[in-house]
Design a protein around this ligand. Structure first.
Ligand SMILES: Cc1ncc(COP(=O)(O)O)c(C=O)c1O
Length: 416
């Protein structure tokens, strides 16, 4: 299978056809055709999503839930329809388990905040050494509020979580385990199903940060048996400003409301407020309605393409891309886990990643450089930052070859 060819993954998956759905990918930058390899930060949007948001504004926009007029009903139907689509996308048992949030960060904060009242000294939160700051800091804050202890299962030299240490750290004190499905800094795919089963056997709750998984693999929260699973729309070809927190109904019911305000109540008097049922209890205030509608369309777009076709294409592309980048002298890969998706993190000699990113950008190749909001991962590998190429289903091997050429230019500039 040649991932640089037009029929990129054979008859099964046509990356160039998919790419033609994404208007921004035909832009030129500095007079050259754009190569977009920053998908772990944010993905581009297909015409279907752009049109859905635009149509919503043109024909259906109004506030949701509170109105009797036709537009309000239309907007509510679109918003609630998106919730149903997201239930399908995540394999949840019930639409009540789908809470619209601003994104993964808010999903994690909602759970961490909600656990405050039920935790205290002697309790522990277990995370992995692979986490994004969004899956570290809210738990640190929870520990500060409650006197609980944050435990971290370290990663090995390949960027895999040390499962022996993970097992050792699980104990009756562990109240919640929070783990990423895929690491944004290294691309490591965690064995989350196994990690969840171990946590459950130890009596702990589990939360999966699925920010990097949603665009690359099918998610089935019931099969995983996760208590909470959270994703961001902008990383799965949908609008920014919206995401989903999935929670098992009983788990969500046990959490107090996150924010107070309109829509999350059944009745309010100055003496007493009764809270609304799930999922509205967690959706105080006017949500980003149009973004929710767009997220539903993005999820439908992905389901129509089918992860059974996307996943093998991306997996082959990642392998081929890794081989291409390895051949550039002085490229040092950071993160070589056996099971990886989408992300190639690397350094180029001792050239600062910001210099690499800037020169590569002059060739119209967009990669991300820096610590990727995962400073503990950088520390683990003894670097302050890396260059990160992150792939999506619309990328081809030609994109990666353009990156390799740009890296050769960087080497020339720095006389490596
Ligand atoms: C693994 C991971 N978790 C959490 C986040 C935070 O996502 P958001 O900024 O959409 O809330 C990101 C974003 O890069 C991520 O990659």
């Amino acid at each position: 299978m040649d991932t640089s060819m037009t029929r990129s993954a054979g008859p099964a998956f046509d990356a160039l056809e998919v790419r033609s759905d994404f208007p921004l990918l035909s832009e030129t930058i500095h007079g050259k055709p754009l190569v977009y390899l920053d998908n772990a930060a944010s993905t581009q949007k297909p015409r279907a999503v752009i049109d859905a948001v635009s149509n919503f504004y043109c024909h259906s926009y109004s506030n949701v839930h509170r109105g009797v007029h036709a537009l309000s009903v239309r907007a509510t139907e679109a918003y609630e329809g998106a919730r149903d689509t997201m239930r399908d996308f995540l394999g949840a048992a019930d639409r009540k388990e789908i809470v619209f949030v601003r994104g993964t960060t808010e999903g994690i904060n909602l759970v961490a905040q909600g656990m405050t009242g039920s935790m205290g000294p002697g309790d522990e939160v277990l995370i992995s050494g692979l986490e994004h700051h969004s899956n570290i800091v809210p738990w640190q804050m929870l520990c500060e509020r409650t006197g609980a202890k944050l435990q971290v299962a370290r990663i090995d030299d390949s960027g895999e979580v040390d499962l022996d240490e993970y097992r050792r750290l699980l104990s009756p004190r562990t109240r919640i385990v929070a783990m990423s499905h895929i690491s944004n800094a290294l691309g490591t795919v965690n064995p989350v199903k196994e990690m969840i089963a171990l946590a459950r056997a130890a009596g702990s709750l589990t939360l999966v940060d699925g920010a990097q998984a949603a665009a690359h693999m099918p998610i089935d929260v019931q099969d995983l048996d996760a208590d909470f699973y959270t994703i961001s729309s902008h990383k799965m070809f949908g609008p920014s400003g919206i995401g989903v927190l999935y929670g098992k109904q009983a788990r969500l019911e046990a959490l107090p409301p996150y924010q107070g305000g309109g829509d999350m109540i059944l009745s309010v008097t100055f003496e007493k407020t009764t809270y609304n049922e799930l999922p509205y209890r967690f959706e105080a205030g006017t949500p980003c309605i149009e973004a929710a509608v767009g997220m539903g369309v993005a999820a439908r777009y992905l389901m129509d393409l089918g992860f059974d076709r996307i996943e093998p294409y991306e997996s082959r592309l990642l392998q081929d891309a890794t081989d291409v980048l390895r051949q550039v002298p002085d490229v040092q890969l950071i993160g070589t886990a056996r099971n990886k998706a989408s992300v190639i993190s690397f350094t180029l000699g001792d050239i600062h990643s910001h210099d690499v990113g800037t020169i590569v950008d002059s060739e119209a190749v967009a990669i991300r450089v820096g610590h990727h909001c995962a400073q503990p991962v950088m520390d683990r590998f003894g670097v302050s930052s890396t260059c990160r190429a992150s792939l999506a289903m619309y990328n081809t091997l030609d994109d990666v070859k353009r990156l390799a050429e740009a890296l050769h230019k960087v080497r020339e500039v720095f006389r490596l």
